[in-house]
Ligand binder design. Structure first.
Ligand SMILES: C[S@@+](CC[C@H](N)C(=O)[O-])C[C@H]1O[C@@H](n2cnc3c(N)ncnc32)[C@H](O)[C@@H]1O
Length: 224
């Protein structure tokens, strides 16, 4: 006897093929990309060379993948995050405490300050931070001047993006902006695989230092 329904969707072969492709390739590749995301943040933690006692700021921080390196500042240091979205910051704070609770490190997140603010108007004084980090920051490049102000002399910025087709265009534009505003030692480097979008599968990052000799910055910094 003929089976009543031999297969579903036999009248839609192209859709069926797409489903097969998703199950066999799309889902595993997608999952792999998601799992690689922490690798990207692990790399940031390493290139930022965060040390105990330092003050570090992450702008456009989003959800707390920065927990992978924030605790490196230790009890004497400070890890500040700024995001313009208050809901994200509220949830991020809760997630940080939840992670600490899960790993029984209840007091670590006391050293993480979550501020809701615009990265072009940072709520911090001049010469405060050793390092400023921005990963996939979507607020334009006006924050560079503020980063320069809030960094200590000799402090470093690290900007990183998942680049479209993995070509470092945003990274190069940001590097140029940093050079124009007086940053030194501006370098572009390949980052880690870590995007959830296969077309942007490779990250690039750029790093730069604030000059130790402040007079080099001329009239770049805002007037008092
Ligand atoms: C693409 S998400 C990146 C999140 C995280 N850094 C990461 O790499 O996974 C960009 C974040 O920048 C924040 N953002 C956009 N414009 C901003 C601004 N002017 N000041 C501060 N945060 C901003 C957004 O709210 C968002 O959380």
């Amino acid at each position: 006897m003929e089976p009543v329904v031999e297969r579903t969707m036999t009248n839609l072969p192209s859709l069926e093929k797409s489903f097969d492709f998703w199950n066999e390739m799309g889902w595993p590749i997608g999952s792999l990309m998601v799992m690689l995301r922490p690798l990207h943040h692990w790399l940031i933690g390493n290139v930022a060379k965060i040390k105990r006692g330092q003050k570090v700021l992450e702008i456009g921080a989003g959800y707390p993948l920065y927990k992978l390196y924030a605790d490196k500042v230790g009890r004497d240091g400070l890890f500040a995050t700024v995001d313009i979205n208050n809901n994200i910051q509220g949830r991020a704070k809760k997630i940080c405490y939840w992670i600490d609770g899960f790993f029984e490190k209840k007091s670590r997140s006391d050293r993480i300050v979550h501020s809701t603010a615009d990265a072009t108007k940072l709520p911090f004084g001049d010469n405060t931070f050793d390092t400023i980090i921005a990963s996939n920051f979507t607020g334009g490049d006006d924050n560079v001047r503020e980063a320069l102000r809030a960094l200590k002399p000799g402090g470093r910025v690290i900007y990183t993006w998942d680049e479209f087709l993995s070509i470092p265009i945003l990274t190069a534009i940001q590097a140029q902006k940093c050079k124009e505003l007086g940053f030194e030692k501006v370098k572009i480097r390949p980052g880690a695989p870590g995007s959830i979008v296969p077309g942007q599968a490779w990250n690039w990052y750029m790093e730069a230092s604030k000059p130790v000799r402040q007079e080099k910055l001329g009239s770049i910094l805002p007037e008092k």
